[in-house]
Design a binder for this molecule. Structure first.
Ligand code: G
Ligand code: G
Ligand code: MN
Ligand code: NA
Length: 252
C-alpha cells in the first residue's frame, strides 16, 4: 500500500513536521498554548493526518509516529523557551497509542530526556477512545497525570459518554467538538448543545476549549456562555513553527 510505504520512508528519514494552532484565553486574549498537528513533509502529494493516521494505525506505525510527535513537540517547546516564548503544547494521542502497553512510561522517558517542565505538555484523547474501557482509561490517565502532564478530552459531545463516567475521569480540560461550534449562529440546537457542554464541563471544574471557531460571532457567543479558551481558523490556522512564533509576536 502506497501511503504505508510513504509513511515508513517519512519516519525513517524524518520527513514529518508539526504545525501549531494557537489557543488563546477568551478574556485576556493571551496565548494559552498550541495544538500540535502532524504533517507529512516529503515531496509527495499533500495528504492530511485524517488520511494517514488510520494508515499508521493499521500498519502498526502509530507508536513510532506518536513517539516522534511527542519528541518533536518537546524539542520545539524547548527551542521556543530559549527564544523567550513559553508555549504549552497539546498533542493528539490516537486511541491505539493511548492503550499501547507502556504509553505513560514512554511519555515519562521522553519528557525526562527533553528536560522540560511536564505541565507544558498536554495530551488530547478523544471521548470515544476513553469511554471504550473506562477503568483502563482512568488508570492510564492517572499515570499520565502523575507525571504532571495535562489531559484534555477532545471532540467532546460526539461520543457516547455517560455523565457518571465523565465525572470519574482525571481531566483538566474539555474541548467542545467543532461540529457544534461551527454551527453557532445558524443552528439553534447546536447552540443549546454547546451551552450544555460548557455548563457540564464547568460544573466538573474543567477548563473549556471551544475549537473550530470560524467567526467573531462564534467567538463572542462562546465567551458569553463561559467558555475559557478559543481555537479556530478565525484566530489562526495551524502554522509551521516559525510562522507560529511570528504570529505570537504580532499579538503583543
Ligand atoms: O489539521 P488536521 O487536518 O491537522 O487534523 C486532522 C485530524 O488528525 C484531527 O482529528 C487531529 O486530531 C488528527 N491529528 C493531527 N495530528 C495528529 C497527531 O500527531 N497524532 C494523532 N494521533 N492524530 C493527529
Ligand atoms: O480532532 P481534532 O480536534 O484534533 O481536530 C483538529 C483539526 O481541526 C485539525 O485538522 C485542524 O486543522 C482543524 N481545525 C482547527 N480549527 C478549525 C476551524 O476553525 N475550522 C475547521 N473547519 N477546522 C479547524
Ligand atoms: Mn485535537
Ligand atoms: Na477536537
Amino acid at each position: 500500500y502506497l501511503l504505508e510505504a510513504r509513511l515508513k520512508q517519512a519516519l525513517k528519514h524524518g520527513r514529518l513536521s508539526l504545525h501549531y494552532q494557537p489557543v488563546i484565553d477568551m478574556d485576556s486574549g493571551m496565548l494559552t498554548g498550541a495544538e500540535a498537528l502532524v504533517r507529512l513533509a516529503d515531496d509527495g502529494q499533500a495528504v492530511g493526518p485524517q488520511a494517514f493516521i488510520p494508515v499508521a494505525e493499521a500498519a502498526g506505525l502509530i507508536g513510532e509516529l506518536g513517539e516522534w510527535v511527542v519528541r518533536e513537540a518537546c524539542r520545539q517547546h524547548d527551542a521556543w523557551l530559549a527564544a523567550g516564548l513559553k508555549v504549552s503544547i497539546a498533542i493528539n494521542v490516537s486511541p491505539l497509542q493511548f492503550r499501547e502497553k507502556g504509553f505513560a512510561e514512554k511519555m515519562k522517558r521522553i519528557i525526562l530526556d527533553a528536560q522540560i517542565e511536564p505541565s507544558f505538555i498536554q495530551i488530547e484523547v478523544t471521548e470515544s477512545a476513553v469511554m471504550e474501557n473506562i477503568d483502563e482509561a482512568i488508570a492510564i490517565l492517572n499515570r499520565i497525570k502523575s507525571l504532571g502532564v495535562k489531559v484534555a478530552l477532545d471532540d467532546f459531545g460526539t461520543g457516547y459518554s455517560s455523565l457518571s463516567h465523565l465525572s470519574s475521569l482525571p481531566l483538566d480540560k474539555l474541548k467542545v467538538d467543532q461540529s457544534f461550534v461551527r454551527r453557532i449562529g445558524c443552528d439553534h440546537s447546536s447552540q443549546l448543545v454547546t451551552e450544555a457542554i460548557i455548563a457540564l464541563g464547568r460544573s466538573l471544574k474543567l477548563e473549556i476549549i471551544g475549537e473550530g471557531i470560524e467567526s467573531e460571532d462564534a467567538f463572542l457567543y462562546l465567551k458569553e456562555h463561559g467558555c475559557n479558551h478559543a481555537q479556530g481558523y478565525w484566530l489562526s490556522r495551524p502554522l509551521p513553527a516559525d510562522q507560529f512564533a511570528e504570529w505570537c509576536t504580532q499579538q503583543i
